[in-house]
Design a protein around this ligand. Sequence first.
Ligand code: FES
Ligand SMILES: [Fe+2]
Length: 264
Amino acid sequence: DADGIAACVKDECAHRACPLSLGQVVDGQVECPYHGWAYNRGGECTKMPSTRYCKGVGVKSLTVQEQDGLIWVWPGGAEPTTEVPRFHAPEGFTTHAELMLDVPVEHGLLIENLLDLAHAPFTHTSTFAKGWSIPELVNIKMNGALVGNWDPYPIDMSFEAPCITLSTIGLARPGQVEKGLRAEDCPKHLYQMHVCLPSKKGHTRLLYRMALDFMPWVQYVPFINSVWQQMANQVLGEDLRLVLGQQERMAVGSDTWANPVSYD
Ligand code: FES
Ligand SMILES: [Fe+2]
């Protein structure tokens, strides 16, 4: 709105049902791109250009709360009663990338993929797992409900229901994952948050945040954002063809959990 506070109104103009998301926010109000009707944060129509203004016209609005760069929406219409969870990078980390990617995969499959590290040396051979050897045994040691550390990789992961995964990757040297270490034993760390929002059937809007506890100056490197974007797309691309293939098979009744093993 005009104070820079997040708001959420139904994506459908009260006039001819044009998507308001195609319009713009002008003076803190969302303006429909079709005939210019404008709506305030409460969804009330405040402007109907080129005709006589009719009072009492509006669209539905929802309660929202902003916390740590995430906007939480209450679709049930209830006032938020509990505090929203905190999801900021740990103390001492600098956030370097915050990206949004639209992925043509159902969010459950994508979350399973993000929490799976055993696939890295087979799938991510052109990106972060380039040169990784294939361990005798890959395991996730759970040290809490849905929190664990990977063995032999220095990577801690957690799943925050219903759709967030967090990971802290220990680096022996910048960009280098060393086997046989715990994340906490490494001098440098990369922190990642993946939020997998179901956006429409078979589609996920992926919010990605990456932070480092070393080289804070990297954020000032020109065009660094497009470098991170390209890297994220590359890694995701390596997964996507596999997960899309799974999705196609699931659609005709295949079971993706027919033979689970210890690292699953
Ligand atoms: S459809 Fe939105 S102003 Fe006409
Ligand atoms: Fe992957």
